[in-house]
Design a protein around this ligand. Structure first.
Ligand code: AMP
Ligand code: GLY
Length: 419
């Protein structure tokens, strides 16, 4: 009998549900998720823990007491707060970037500066920290422009601004809120956005299939930004040369630059890219997997995610294969009103078609019943050789089973592939 491996996963959303599912495919592995969500306990060999993701002392104590072999971090906040530094100092093995490396996501200014040194294509920008100077700059600038708050903003710190009047309004409200707010004013880029996620140990890279998120709440990319309302992968409109361009022009130069600065990057690196008429450019970096991209990427892995991580961290040679003959597509069901005010405690829709996979994110137990808790509640996913059929199947299942008084969702996930 082989000894059971023990893995700890930090986080609680749909991304972590998909990661737990992927890690627990190996029958010789137990996966603990802190804090997780109640539906994760239904997955074989997965167990949630009542420990918050920022409670580093208790997480470390648990990992030491239970001889955890490896820890993987899902969300950005523990990473930018230095969870990896803390685990490493405690002698624990962990897959994720340390605090310094995590600045690629936590500081937009740091990311821009690294890109500049590395010659990586991205939007031109300038930084400001007061109202008057930013307006003075914009008075002599063409529109549209993009205004971004520096620091983690969970997708809510980005404003696309069409004229000076709108700029004045937005900047007043930003500076009313915080007189010293650091902002970036960026050139507006036009093109199709997509996500390129790789696994990294220093200069060693493993690529994953490209995916496309849908960040706005309404169909046609209308309405406010959300955490992400649906995704599909791979992307039939882009050939391998787009992935290769991302690798050569973005991922490798950034990792070379980090290496030159003596900053070791380990973990997932997510490049939010846009294909402009001048080629691929960077919108942002994240130092973790994407949510909802993970939910349509990981099911494509042919092999064991844990094994891939361990070999990568040991610099062992490996071939990592991903399926190539089907498309994975999923829609997020959000509590009505999200990303604004919304209710908790909604009844969860049920799906019985075995062509569908349901990934749970915002759920909690209330009086021995599972109900919604939070904005993005669950994701309904299928795979098909035909992307259009995948989209139709998911949309139909949602139309048949979801109460639109309680939930909102998009119906155009995947449409950009058909243009
Ligand atoms: P971010 O939080 O940086 O990912 O930005 C959120 C969204 O704003 C992106 O997914 C884009 O749709 C949009 N965005 C950000 N920066 C730019 C830019 N320079 N040009 C055009 N759109 C942008
Ligand atoms: N799907 C966008 C993100 O995870 O940041």
């Amino acid at each position: 009998m082989m000894k059971m491996e023990k893995w700890l996963l930090i986080g609680s959303g749909g991304r972590e549900y998909a990661m737990a599912q992927s890690l627990a495919k190996n029958v010789n592995r137990e996966v603990f998720v802190a804090p997780g969500n109640p539906m994760m306990n239904v997955i074989d060999r997965v167990q949630t823990l009542d420990i918050e993701e920022l409670d580093f002392d208790v997480l470390i104590e648990f990992a030491l007491d239970n001889q955890i072999d490896w820890t993987v971090i899902g969300p950005e906040k523990p990473l930018s707060d230095g969870i990896v530094d803390r685990f490493t100092n405690a002698g624990l093995k962990v897959f994720g970037p340390n605090k310094e490396a995590a600045q690629l996501e936590s500081s937009k200014e740091f990311a821009k500066e690294v890109m500049k040194s590395a010659g990586v294509p991205t939007a031109a920008y300038a930084t400001f920290s007061n109202y008057d100077e930013s307006i003075k700059y914009l008075e002599e600038h063409d529109f549209p422009v993009v205004v971004k708050l520096n620091g983690l903003a969970a997708g809510k710190g980005v404003f696309i601004i069409k004229d000076l009047a709108e700029a004045k309004e937005t900047l007043s409200s930003i500076y009313d809120n915080n007189v010293h707010q650091e902002i970036l004013i960026e050139e507006y880029l036009e093109g199709q956005e997509f996500s390129m996620i790789v696994m990294v140990n220093g200069l060693d890279i493993i690529t994953m299939p490209l995916a496309q998120d849908h960040k706005r709440i309404y169909d046609g990319d209308k309405g406010p930004n959300t955490g992400g309302m649906g995704a599909y992968s791979p992307l039939p409109q882009f050939r391998d040369n787009v992935l290769n361009e991302g690798l050569v022009k973005v991922i490798r130069p950034v990792l070379d630059e980090m290496h030159k600065r003596g900053i070791l990057f380990q973990g997932f690196l997510y490049a939010g890219l846009i294909l402009t008429k001048d080629g691929v450019k960077v919108i942002e970096f994240n130092v973790r997997m994407g949510d909802p991209e993970t939910q349509v990427i990981l099911p494509q892995l042919q092999g064991d995610l844990g094994d891939v991580i361990v070999k990568l961290m040991n610099h062992q040679e490996q071939n990592v294969d991903w399926q190539t003959d089907r498309y994975f597509l999923g829609n997020v069901l959000a509590a009505k009103g999200y990303p604004g005010n919304h209710k908790n405690g909604l009844t969860l829709p049920q799906f019985s078609d075995d062509k569908l996979a349901v990934v749970y994110a915002g759920v909690e137990e209330q009086d021995e019943q599972l109900v919604s808790y939070g904005g993005r509640i669950m994701m309904v996913i299928t795979s098909n050789k035909d992307l259009k059929k995948a989209q139709k199947l998911v949309n139909q299942a949602i139309a048949d089973n979801v109460n639109t008084n309680d939930y909102s969702y998009r119906t155009d996930i995947g449409d950009k592939a058909f243009r």
